[in-house]
Design a protein around this ligand. Structure first.
Ligand SMILES: Nc1nc2c(ncn2[C@@H]2O[C@H](COP(=O)(O)OP(=O)(O)OP(=O)(O)O)[C@@H](O)[C@H]2O)c(=O)[nH]1
Length: 188
């Protein structure tokens, strides 16, 4: 990575070309000619979370008790095998007089998922950022499918659930109320 946090795509492309050779491929054959450059562009996109600003500064005054953004889709990269893990995140918070633009919660999830991650840290980092933004409580639940477990290794279809509670959300009653909100059928 360059000093400005941007990827050195030229260097990455060169390394990927070398990787193709080591894997026994011909990087100059028609189908692979553009692959190193294409992958360098892809890494810029799927690992773009490091340089993302979650912009949680867009707020509105409100006195709602609990807000839940459910079913936020995420795609991340497992730091152990550099294979994707992906699924859904539910983000709930108890505001302290101001609420965030709902799209900003999606951006927050993107900020911490579009990088080399483990699911537990992704879950905690989203909750911790909400706390830093002054909410009274936060609860983040993630459910992820890990390709490193499905397409290699144990080759098992199990998914993983992770939960982080912060502040007033540590209270059992509130937690259960939010879990019921998440499980509730959609109105339409
Ligand atoms: N807790 C947790 N584990 C993860 C996550 N992503 C990958 N892993 C695990 O990281 C572990 C790495 O274990 P190693 O023994 O070093 O690697 P490995 O030999 O490839 O392990 P196997 O996957 O069991 O074949 C594996 O158990 C993965 O399933 C994650 O988000 N959270």
């Amino acid at each position: 990575m360059k000093d400005n946090g941007k990827l050195n795509k030229k260097k990455i492309s060169k390394l990927l070309r070398q990787l193709l050779i080591e894997l026994g491929e011909n990087p100059d054959r028609e189908g692979l000619m553009g692959t190193p450059d294409r992958m360098a562009n892809m890494y810029e996109e799927i690992l773009g979370g490091y340089t993302m600003d979650a912009e949680l500064d867009v707020t509105f005054s409100d006195e709602t008790d609990v807000i839940v953004a459910r079913d936020i889709q995420f795609y991340s990269m497992c730091e152990h095998h550099m294979l994707p893990f992906f699924g859904k995140v539910h983000v709930a918070y108890v505001p302290a007089g101001k609420v965030f633009g709902v799209s900003k919660l999606v951006r927050l999830v993107e900020k911490y998922s579009r990088r080399l991650q483990i699911q537990e840290r992704l879950t905690k980092e989203v909750a911790d950022e909400l706390v830093r933004m002054g909410v009274k409580g936060a609860m983040v639940i993630a459910e992820g499918d890990h390709l490193c477990m499905k397409m290699r290794g144990v080759r098992n279809n199990s998914s993983m659930l992770t939960i982080a509670y912060r502040g007033v959300m540590e209270q059992k009653d509130l937690r259960e109320h939010v879990l019921a909100m998440i499980r509730a059928p959609k109105a339409f």
